[in-house]
Design a protein around this ligand. Structure first.
Ligand SMILES: CC(C)C[C@H](NC(=O)C[C@H](N)C(=O)O)C(=O)O
Ligand SMILES: [Zn+2]
Ligand SMILES: [Zn+2]
Length: 386
């Protein structure tokens, strides 16, 4: 099918202005000031997006697609995600992972859920492993998982500096990073290690050690939850100045948590590292609370809709311009994950687009050339969603 989106204000994420976009099948065919189809011999669906903004589809590279949690026992295992939640969040590419519970949650189930969402219309990849070291794998080898399993793009979320980690040694972390890198080289994939960074004193010390005392490039190391506290944020900015990417989690259990995250995003912009920062939602992951003795107090569930919400809030507060904030959920993650046809509104890129209305609310979602939401109406739901 050919679709023509007329008169939208386009951010590639760079501000481009009013443009017409021609969608050919699953790809963006043209982005031009004016596209005339009067003489086109084929049938074309035309949509007038006057007054609307068109941005790249959002990439969320850390979502517990099959649920997570469990830190408070069996009844605190969180539910798996539904397609409609991802569409409402404007997410057209999602990376699934396991977390604390790598026992009752399986990689096989994660893989099947990722395939299901693929069939239902969005683009999915997964991380092998979970919090624990040695990591759980499909094949017994991280390198084999990355080379032989189509959807495996890296390893994660490997926990460090956290009371729920397996207290891995630096040597163990180095081994994981080197295996991920080798797997990435042999498969042409990112081969990254997504590190879950807890509140522990050591922060990302291990990652600095690896960069300074091994041959492993910093771009294979991808720490998340770096907005957990100020110390981690400044380690992240340090890490970015050395060429690394780092990630802020957008799901928070409190309003002040949200205000802190948008302030930290502003900090990244002011420290001129925004091009090395991504946001991820930790959707369907648990947001557990522990008291000083480490006793479980309670947990909330991460929401994928927090991803764009943080971008929107930071722009509404004029902390950074839209084209800069948008990079963190489009262009930047596409670079971290080495997704060559994702993350931009540009000719020959995948036709993954989000349409925003005049209040910058998500109004439409197009994934691989198909509308999944139009004028705020969901056009698609998961197979068993009511
Ligand atoms: C960044 C904070 C707020 C949330 C973070 N979530 C996870 O790591 C995922 C969770 N443990 C799961 O496996 O579902 C945390 O627990 O520290
Ligand atoms: Zn985590
Ligand atoms: Zn997580």
């Amino acid at each position: 099918m050919i679709k023509l989106l007329k008169n939208g204000i386009v951010y590639t994420p760079k501000y481009l202005g009013r443009r017409d976009i021609l969608i050919l099948g699953e790809k963006i065919g043209l982005v031009e000031k004016e596209i005339n189809i009067a003489t086109f011999p084929l049938e074309i669906e035309t949509y007038d997006l006057t007054g609307k903004t068109v941005v790249p589809g959002f990439i969320d590279s850390h979502v517990h697609l099959t649920g997570g949690g469990g830190e408070g026992g069996y009844s605190t295992r969180t539910p798996e995600i539904n397609l409609s939640q991802l569409i409402e969040g404007g997410i057209t590419t999602v990376i699934g992972c396991l977390g604390t519970d790598g026992i009752t949650r399986s990689l096989e189930n994660l893989y099947a859920k990722a395939k299901a969402l693929d069939e239902e219309g969005i683009t999915t990849l997964i991380f092998t492993g979970s919090y624990a070291v040695p990591p759980v794998t499909f094949t017994g080898s991280i390198v084999k998982d990355i080379v032989l399993i189509d959807k495996v793009v890296g390893v994660g979320e490997i926990a460090i500096s956290d009371h729920r980690s397996t207290q891995p040694t630096l040597e163990e972390i180095k081994k994981i990073a080197s295996n991920a890198r080798l797997g990435g080289l042999l498969s042409g994939k990112a081969g990254i290690v997504n590190f879950h960074v807890g509140a522990g004193e050591r922060g990302i010390d291990y990652l600095f050690e690896i960069v300074l005392k091994s041959e492993i490039p910093i771009t294979n190391l991808y720490p998340t939850h770096m907005n957990r506290n100020e110390k981690l944020l400044f380690q992240g900015i340090e890490f970015a100045k050395m060429g690394g990417y780092f990630d802020l989690t957008t799901s928070t259990s409190t309003e002040e948590g949200k205000i802190k995250t948008v302030k930290f995003l502003k900090e990244c912009y002011e420290n001129r590292v925004i091009d090395k920062v991504t946001l991820t939602s930790d959707g369907q992951g648990s947001l557990p609370k522990f008291d000083e003795e480490g006793k479980f107090v309670g947990l909330k569930i991460g929401e994928v809709t927090s991803l764009f919400d943080i971008v929107k809030t930071s722009v509404e507060k004029s902390y950074l311009p839209l084209e800069e904030a948008l990079k963190t959920i489009t262009l930047n993650p596409s670079k971290v994950l080495k997704l060559k046809t994702k993350g931009k509104v540009e000719r020959n890129f995948d036709a993954d687009l989000v349409i925003l209305d005049k209040d910058f609310e998500i109004d439409g979602v197009i994934s691989r050339g198909n509308f999944l939401m139009y004028e705020k109406k969901l056009l698609k739901r998961g197979t068993f969603e009511t």
